[in-house]
Ligand binder design. Structure first.
Ligand SMILES: [Zn+2]
Length: 349
């Protein structure tokens, strides 16, 4: 944790903000002491739900974690009503090996499913409460957004952040973290500021990429993506599935290729799906794009353009920043490390 600057804490995701500051003392003081912030009150008009939220926050303090790499403890809980009985379910993050992790939100929802079944997860989970020492401001990582959308009644899901230092409780809608592809602004080809011919080249490259990849389990939504770097090189990738269900996403794939060549700064990424359809951009893939765009930001370049084609000459264009609201990147955690990394690794072409 030595690299963690206190002044960046407030920009960290709420799900990673959970330091065990004087936890025993706070635990003793916390019961019944939680209070909603003023702007959170309208989201929880129901007194019973408020009580359940506070009960979950009390419980989340004791959630076990294995944050061996980052030392960020993500402690989550919810309270469910099963056959008239309230049940508390906990979740915690576990990190392993190369920086990988089971995340707090997905851990919690998986525990609900393991205990009560997928239908209960979809219909009975009304909120996910995080216990931490700051209320933070960021939402879930992209992958956890995908998982919450797939497993819960996400349009009604509330996200709760209980701040141990002053016992304030901030409640937001999970749906605030979601931006559907249909709301990406439609643009005409000539409004996309790229060199002449570049858009056509990217579209063709993404469409060709989509012919490949691995689709042994993927029955729909197969996509290809092509990215144009400031070096003027194009990198491309298609989605690849595998038996372990460690899906590899196209944007993540092309960025890995570019970054392998130390080509860290991209102008634009085009994603192509089935002819005549708008491609779906998973939130996990948006996270990869967001992190890459934060490199641009670090050196004063504009955000990476995210362009969707339906294969029929129509386009939607946005940024990873706009498509992943309340996101976080390594820049939030380790701004100096990112600066130094880019200085020592970038190759100016
Ligand atoms: Zn996550």
């Amino acid at each position: 944790m030595s690299w963690l600057r206190r002044d960046v804490l407030l920009s960290l995701p709420l799900s990673v903000l959970a330091f065990p500051l004087e936890s025993a003392k706070l635990h003793a003081e916390s019961s019944g002491a939680w209070r909603l912030t003023e702007d959170s009150e309208p989201l929880v008009p129901d007194a019973k739900l408020r009580r359940q939220i506070f009960r979950a926050l009390d419980a989340a303090q004791d959630a076990g974690t294995g944050a061996t790499i980052s030392h960020f403890k993500v402690r989550a809980a919810t309270v469910l009503e099963i056959a008239g009985q309230e049940q508390v379910v906990l979740g915690g993050n576990t990190e392993y090996d190369l920086p990988e992790a089971i995340h707090g939100e997905t851990s919690l929802l998986n525990h609900v499913t393991a205990d009560y079944g997928a239908e209960v997860t979809r219909h009975a989970v009304r909120f996910i409460a995080f216990y931490g020492d700051h209320s933070g401001g960021a939402g879930s990582c992209g992958d956890c957004r995908d998982f919450q959308m797939a497993s819960t009644d996400w349009e009604h899901l509330l996200i709760v952040s209980g701040q141990s230092l002053d016992h304030t409780v901030k409640v937001t809608r999970f749906s605030d973290q979601i931006v559907g592809e249909r709301s990406f602004p439609e643009v005409k080809a000539e409004e996309i500021a790229l060199a002449p011919g570049a858009l056509e080249k990217l579209v063709k490259s993404a469409q060709e990429a989509r012919l490949g990849g691995v689709t042994l389990f993927t029955t729909f939504r197969h996509t290809g993506a092509a990215g144009l770097a400031y070096s003027e090189k194009i990198y491309r990738a298609a989605g690849c599935d595998d038996a372990a269900f460690h899906y590899r996403y196209p944007i993540g794939g092309l960025l890995q290729q570019a970054q392998t060549e130390r080509d860290y700064f991209l102008r634009a990424i085009v994603v192509s799906g089935e002819q005549g359809q708008w491609p779906v951009i998973n939130y996990r893939d948006r996270q990869y794009g967001y992190e890459a765009s934060s490199f641009n930001h670090e050196v004063g370049l504009p955000p990476v353009k995210l362009i969707l084609t339906n294969g029929q000459g129509q386009y939607r264009m946005t940024t990873f920043e706009a498509s992943l609201p309340r996101a976080f990147s390594t820049v939030n955690f380790r701004p100096e490390a990112v600066k130094e990394f880019l200085q020592t690794h970038r190759v100016d072409r």
